[in-house]
Design a protein around this ligand. Sequence first.
Ligand code: ADP
Ligand code: MG
Length: 730
Amino acid sequence: MSTRRILAMQDVVKRTPVELNHPKKQVSEYFGANVFGIDAMREFLSEEGFTRVMEAMEKGVTLDRKIADQVAACMKAWAQSKGVTHYTHWFQPLTGTTAEKHDGFFEPIGGGRAIERFSGSQLVQQEPDASSFPNGGVRSTFEARGYTAWDPTSPAFIWGNTLCVPTIFVSYTGEALDFKTPLLKSLSALDKAATEVAQYFDKNVTKVIGTLGWEQEYFLIDAALYNIRYDLQQTGRTLFGHSPAKGQQLEDHYWGSIPERVLSFMKDFEYESHLLGIPVRTRHNEVAPAQFECAPVFEEINIAVDHNQLLMDVMEKVAIRHNFRVLLHEKPYAGVNGSGKHNNWSLATNTGKNLLSPGKTPKTNLQFLTFFINTVKGVYEHADLLRACIASANNDHRLGANEAPPAIMSVFLGAQLNNVLDELEKSVSDKKLSPEEKTALKLSIGKIPDILLDNTDRNRTSPFAFTGNKFEFRAVGSSANCAGAMTVLNTIMADQLNKFKNDVDGIMNSKKLEKDDAIFQVLKRYIAESKKIRFEGNGYGEEWKNEAKKRGLNNIPTTPGALEAFISKKTLSLFEDLGILNHREQESRYEIYLETYTKKIQIESRIIADMVNNQIIPSALAYQKVLVDNVTGLKAVLAGADYKKASDTQIELIKEISERVSVIKKAADDMTEERKKANNLDNAKKQAHAYCEKVKPFFDEIRYNVDKLENIVDDNTWPLPKYREMLYLR
Ligand code: ADP
Ligand code: MG
């Protein structure tokens, strides 16, 4: 074993759970203590200030300078009362992480003295240099400056010693450079469209919000082992590693008892999360060894997204205290399940109703069916865009790999709702329905709700499943910003509901139909048109691939191909028409995603070559030398048949090592050549394809041979922590 590996293993063996010294209190006593939420605002703001901020939060009205100054002063006073010295605009650039630049409150006032200041203008707007964030060409023609602007709909919070103000991030000329800007626009488009449709059923509905409850999967690894795996450090995943004899076959990890050390970590990050107002509530072991999940109570989408971004950061920081590292990568280990982030999505009204919850009365049921069928239709219309919004180099390892949803988009409804839709499609005729027919229809729908909610009829293999009162988008990657998927889903739904409204109003006028009749007819048409996207069977099976092909559904296995849907005519006008992202912004995003893909594969490829040359081959050769010395020694003491008998196996091993080493070396060199060619290509699309089709295929060949070497080389010589060491937490 390399000295580094021995020392790391010694550390691991000595670990004990970290003792926590949190106050022994109920969560409700400290939940949100570090959030400048409603309670803190009421306490620190004047009555007028409070009212105006609430307005800004609910209606998106901008605050005038005077109020902004007051809010800033109060935020500062509140933060100072908790020992805070710095503030930052906290935003979500397209790198996928969050960005922060801390500035001190203090300001020199001459004479060697200073005061603490935080003005309204510092709260409302900042000008970070945008040139070091991905901008996909948006910047080059304009100035390097970008703006961050306060998002009053998401409360400021204290993390560490810093007051963090959630903001959007746009270029000098107003183009979105982040995830939050289009998300907020999509939420307001969704609100408008959904409110109009909801008013068919209930005039009291004046606002519809999107809700999101994410489920976050992750792996933990001991920090000592992580620190000597360069692949994990630099790429987030193991580029080599033979599967352990015991992986997840016995299915003994899922929901099993949580190891003490892990539990201590979980309690700690949950505590920190609760202080930040992140309502995490559920924790359990996941399917793979060393894999876990946490989930909060759902929230309004913008807040839920911020909370998820923040949680990922909190987890990473808290893990270090516990001598763990969190792996949020979609596929840290080959041969065991990867990690996703299920996005549970629904729509809630200001009247407290969940629009995707089947109602108890015929009227509320028709409302439910309207939103339900429109979701299915929207997904059908923009399946490729949904595929695109979850595409990443990391997620390519998961999708379609028989452990995660396939790369083919489909919707799972459950047997019951499928029957309801089939019934509706059959029984609604094109003419006016008699009152009896209508009641019968609505009543047949009326039988759905009760059975549905405790229906555990769930299909884990579907990328997009209805789960009783929400849709669950399961193909989102574990490290992704949920905003990408949520923006697409909200936008698709807003567009679909606008079309629905048009269609219903249209035939009410042209065919002189009553509202209910018109709704039934349009729904019937949508059911027929979107049928192809519905799939109840096993999404992991080969048969589904064939069946999907027959249905004309796309199966796009890799990111460079999937991203095309971002710049299709259909997508460009979808986003532009609803004012979410204009052509330029959309195209720049497409470029950024391609570049990100290329960079990730490029880094992996370099690390593979480095590790092969500096760690794997030298270790294999060191062991080979031991064998060669031994064989030479045998020759000195034995002869003829005796020598042959004693040396045969070793000579085979010596040969196998030589063969594998030369295959690995050649593949690594050829891969490096392909990389050079790819780097010389002149556009992002060609480069991404070259990395995907020419560079990446070497990964498997190299890994296969390295993993074989791992199996034959003396454990004492092997330089890297093995899967069996990394995946078992003690
Ligand atoms: P599971 O899917 O694991 O069985 P649940 O159905 O209880 O678990 O919920 C999973 C997630 O879905 C949780 O984060 C929960 O808050 C969220 N969720 C529940 N209802 C809604 C809703 N109306 N809108 C959005 N998310 C929801
Ligand atoms: Mg779930």
